[in-house]
Design a protein around this ligand. Sequence first.
Ligand SMILES: [Zn+2]
Length: 91
Amino acid sequence: MTCSECRTDIPVGAKVCRGCHAEISYGTPGELLLVSAGAWVGIGFYLNSHFAWSSNISTVVAIGGFVATVLLLAKVFKNDVRFTREKKQNK
Ligand SMILES: [Zn+2]
């Protein structure tokens, strides 16, 4: 595959580009996982506070929703490769 930052050919699975030292990450971005976890916790609390009868259901909804989101993100980002170059510290 080719680095999007410097066009160097790099082997699939590499963690760092040997041309520009960009970090290479695969799959779902960690930030998205954190955001979706936070969103589902929020939804769980919302359901809990607004629908007293659903305190157990809201936990199930929150956990189930998060798991579904993780699975969906894993599909969406299955072939995703990102190059992150540190702010020109090298050279
Ligand atoms: Zn590169």
